[in-house]
Ligand binder design. Structure first.
Ligand SMILES: Cc1cc(-c2n[nH]c(CCNC(=O)c3cc(-c4ccc(F)cc4)cc(O)c3O)n2)ccn1
Ligand SMILES: [Mg+2]
Length: 214
């Protein structure tokens, strides 16, 4: 039977990356997506901006919405301090199966908790189920129409504290206009746009970093 793109991406990781070496996993995926098949990872250009936000924040608790094949999951987790935790939420079981293997190849299972299900179901369960008190960083990279409702849900569930950072991918392409308007207008956020390009292309895209002011 035909393989899927995520399966071929995993194959490229297993063929070209060194087990236990997250940077080689990231590099193998970027090479595959640049030279073989485009895939919707945050990519190397926006990935560097993601790296700088994570490194500056040094977060203890990170939530990623939208695992896909685990590219940004590995990128973020490889920069976290020893006892930090990354919870990543994936809705699509086929993506989750691939991401689980990419994360294992990178040797980052101990830092990452991959959860299969919807954000609407799991965000309200963060505290009781994962013992999460507050989120230091949320990387939003799931369905673009869910960015805004899920931001409001994060606020309502008391998961954001003064200084929590929301970092949203694809605010231009495919775009999340209602989210962008909300965080840029709201007095409860300090927002900043990092202009870049859609992964592996010349199209404009960027990351929006929004600090919750409490
Ligand atoms: C918990 C939960 C998780 C999910 C979930 N998990 N994984 C995803 C994938 C979401 N990502 C995208 O759709 C996406 C699309 C493009 C794109 C595509 C085609 C173009 F022509 C141009 C750009 C580029 C990107 O960078 C993207 O991130 N959703 C969904 C629901 N609930
Ligand atoms: Mg994205």
């Amino acid at each position: 039977t035909q393989s899927t793109r995520p399966q071929r991406l995993l194959g490229a990781v297993q063929k070209n990356a060194t087990r236990g070496d997250p940077r080689s996993v990231v590099k193998a995926i970027d090479e595959f997506c640049r030279h073989k098949e485009w895939a919707m990872n945050v990519g190397d250009e926006k990935g560097c901006i993601l790296d700088s936000v994570v490194s500056e924040l040094n977060p203890a608790t990170v939530l990623e919405l939208g695992t896909y094949c685990g590219y940004s999951t590995v990128r973020i987790a490889s920069l976290l301090p020893p006892h930090a935790k990354l919870i990543t939420l994936e809705f699509n079981p086929d993506y989750a199966k691939i991401a689980c293997q990419v994360i294992a190849w990178a040797g980052l299972e101990d830092k990452i908790q991959l959860v299969e299900g919807s954000s609407a179901e799991w965000i309200p369960k963060m505290k009781e189920h994962f013992g999460v008190k507050m989120l230091d960083l949320v990387f939003m990279d799931h369905w673009k129409d869910d960015y805004l409702p899920d931001t409001k849900l994060l606020e309502d569930c008391g998961l954001l504290r003064k200084g929590s950072v929301l970092l949203a991918d694809n605010v231009i392409c495919p775009g999340s206009p209602d989210y962008l308007k909300y965080v840029r207008r709201s007095p409860r956020y300090k927002s900043q746009y990092f202009r870049s390009h859609l992964e592996y292309t010349k199209a404009e895209d960027g990351l929006e970093k929004s600090v919750f002011l409490g």
